[in-house]
Design a binder for this molecule. Sequence first.
Ligand SMILES: Nc1ncnc2c1ncn2[C@@H]1O[C@H](COP(=O)(O)OP(=O)(O)OP(=O)(O)O)[C@@H](O)[C@H]1O
Length: 247
Amino acid sequence: MVKAQHLPNQTPSILPLKLQGACVKRRGHTLIGPVDLTLGRDGFTIILGPNGAGKTTLLRLMHGLERPSAGRLDWNVPEVQARAHQAYVFQHPTLMRRTVVDNVAYPLVIHGAPRALARARATEALAQVGLSEHVTQRASALSGGERQKLALARALIRRPEILFLDEPCASLDGAATRDIEAILNRAHANGTRIVMITHDLGQARRLARDVLFIYKGRLHEAAPADTFFDGPATAEAQAFLNGDILL
Ligand SMILES: Nc1ncnc2c1ncn2[C@@H]1O[C@H](COP(=O)(O)OP(=O)(O)OP(=O)(O)O)[C@@H](O)[C@H]1O
């Protein structure tokens, strides 16, 4: 895989991303925030927290799928530029009713790449996620794990500077989960900053360099992974790690 193309002497990094007092509210009810947080240029951030804590809302806010109801969210570059260098993978990715290769080529095609070149690049990307045998198949024929690998290849094909993922391995088996973790570690090693939600504490321990713990719509704790897992600062995070039910 080629190193991400956002070298400092070429174009400015879109990071850091700074959230200052950022909130998402619905009908007067705060779903997340106020959050103060800076995402630096390098990192593999895992977002943890109980069901309904606000993790997905925070991820969507950072990616621009939600607008802040209050507070600010600032990239290092104008937002339109930041949007072009980030990608988001959903728990259940939407696949187009096309072949596997055309699904992965699509982000290149809509940004003006000739179709043949886009397909060639997509074929390489599919090899990197272990889907070479499926290139010409209909995407709808893929298994759950293969769909998620396709979604990752599609998200990574434009070499995003930051990749957001919302529980990409939920309901996948161990082999698919292991493969996806390897793809994510490789993407991170190649320069993509990663921010990912998981409910799987084993996965969080395997992947995280740092942790954001969300509780009741607030960023309750932010810490390097070792610090968080070895001795979280708050009773709520400790209870969560113990597997207790948090109300
Ligand atoms: N569009 C919406 N309108 C109103 N309330 C919403 C909306 N989306 C989410 N919520 C509520 O906002 C809160 C936070 O939801 P969110 O999905 O961000 O939490 P989460 O931590 O990702 O949960 P889970 O782990 O269960 O996916 C929850 O109480 C949820 O019911």
